[in-house]
Design a protein around this ligand. Structure first.
Ligand code: S3P
Length: 443
């Protein structure tokens, strides 16, 4: 039976200006935690049961790759627990075909770490046009130091990537960028290396892998400045777990900014993951003077969770950079929208990593918000944005990027006339119900 056509299936969407937002919303499961629950469940002994897994395109890519290597993963449907029948650390079968990672950088990079040590087996990883443009040397390099054999285009920097599984040796690796994907790939490779593997980051990136690997039984030591030095010792047996995935703070961010900038708005976002390595967005909104309240703080399956209440109010400009950037890296596009509605000049620096996300998010946001009349300057490593600038309606384009699509939708709420958004379906990569939630919350 075919499902009814939804807003996300349309080539473009009309987004009406004006009105407000009111009500409660539950954002879907955290994307980073969802990928990890599937991957770690796959290499554990026994069954893993995942509640609240994000039923979106990116985790579906991870699940499809795992199934192609003989892992039993039950169908991923909203509201249903997902069961993963683990095959053990070295139980992944050689796939008969290319593993398609779709749009998902996390799938490709974490998979590289997992597969590099599968001795005697051959794997090819590829993905969509966006993923095939994203740099992979940042993972290939460290894994090569451990003895991995990975070939690819542009000196093994671009997918498709061919991995010939090897016995890996121990290493101590200093990563030049704070990236949880790079860190996690090295830790996964280290699980079966011949000796302890240490990864040292320049600043703390999200630590979901560390927390969840420990919960699965891995022998992991976390130290250094603020947890930036992680050592994995091989030999521990991972055991299937019950994982409860909290709502994704990166998806909640769209409602937080929408609530903060839209006159009359009042929103509650329920059950949001509040891992400190992800809560930079809350700190910035607080510094802007947003009317934000965290309610009902609790810990669910090892991750802090709470409900976020936001209402409209005057906002001040912000300045962000340095070690804060990895703690809000995915929220910068929507923070750029907030900056247009904040009094003063907002400055985003040290964010050159945005240029190698699903799109070059600095260029895309500058282009798209510029089309709405935003006063901004694109810098090599960030943006300068002057507010308060009234935005006007425009023909906008997500340029295939999920977070751009949703950030622009937030901007259109405060525009002076209606907008048209091309390729709204991109949102399905991380938040398939976004357009339905938007329609429901509007008043
Ligand atoms: C992710 C890490 C971040 C983030 C991405 C998800 C993860 O990327 O941008 O959306 O799940 O590990 P980097 O680790 O490359 O910064």
């Amino acid at each position: 039976m075919s499902s009814p056509l939804s807003a996300a299936d349309l080539p473009s969407l009309s987004l009406a200006a004006g009105g407000s937002l009111r009500g409660q919303v539950r954002v879907p499961g955290d994307k980073s935690i969802s990928h990890r629950a599937l991957l770690f469940g796959a290499i554990a002994e026994g069954r893993t049961r995942i509640e609240g897994l994000l039923p979106a395109e990116d985790p579906l890519s991870t699940a499809a790759c795992l199934r192609a290597m003989g892992v039993g993963v039950s169908p991923i449907q909203a509201g249903e627990p997902v069961l993963v029948d683990g095959v053990g650390l070295d139980g992944l079968a050689e796939p008969e075909d290319v593993l398609d990672c779709g749009n998902s950088g996390t799938t490709m990079r974490l998979m590289m770490g997992l597969l590099a040590g599968r001795h005697g087996r051959h794997f090819v990883l590829s993905g969509d046009a966006s993923l095939r443009r994203r740099p992979m040397r940042r993972v290939v390099g460290p894994l090569a130091e451990m003895g991995a054999t990975i070939a690819g285009r542009a000196g093994a920097n671009l997918a498709p990537l061919a991995i010939q599984g090897q016995r890996l040796h121990r290493a101590t690796i200093r990563t030049p960028v704070a990236s949880a994907q790079v860190k996690s790939a090295i830790l996964l490779a280290g699980l079966s290396a011949q000796g302890p593997t240490t990864v040292i980051e320049p600043a703390l990136s999200r630590d979901h892998s560390e927390r969840m690997l420990q919960a699965f039984g891995a022998d992991l030591r976390v130290g250094g400045r603020a947890g930036t030095e992680v050592t994995v010792l091989p030999g521990a047996v991972l055991r299937g777990q019950e994982v409860v995935v909290p709502g994704d703070i990166s998806s909640a961010a769209f409602w937080l900014v929408a609530g903060a900038i839209t006159p009359g708005a009042e929103l509650t976002v329920e059950n949001v993951g509040l891992n400190p390595s992800r809560t930079g967005i809350l700190e910035v909104l607080e510094a802007m003077g947003a009317r934000l309240e965290v309610r009902n703080r609790r810990v669910v399956a090892g991750e802090p969770v709470g409900d976020l209440h936001i209402s409209h109010g005057p906002l001040r400009a912000f300045a962000i950079g340095g070690d804060l950037i990895p703690r809000l890296v995915d929220e910068i596009p929507v923070l750029a929208v907030a900056a247009c509605c904040a009094e003063g000049v907002s400055r985003i620096s040290g964010a050159e990593e945005l240029r190698v996300k699903e799109t070059d998010r600095l260029a895309v946001m500058a282009r798209q918000l510029g089309a709405m009349g935003a006063q901004l300057e694109e810098l090599p490593d960030g943006l300068t944005i002057e507010g308060i600038t009234p935005l006007h309606g425009a023909v906008l384009d997500s340029e295939t990027d999920h977070r751009v699509a949703m950030s622009l939708a937030v901007a259109t709420l405060v525009a002076r006339c209606d907008s048209q958004l091309l390729d709204p379906g991109a949102a399905a990569v991380s938040y398939p119900g976004f357009w339905d939630d938007l329609a429901r919350l509007r008043c």
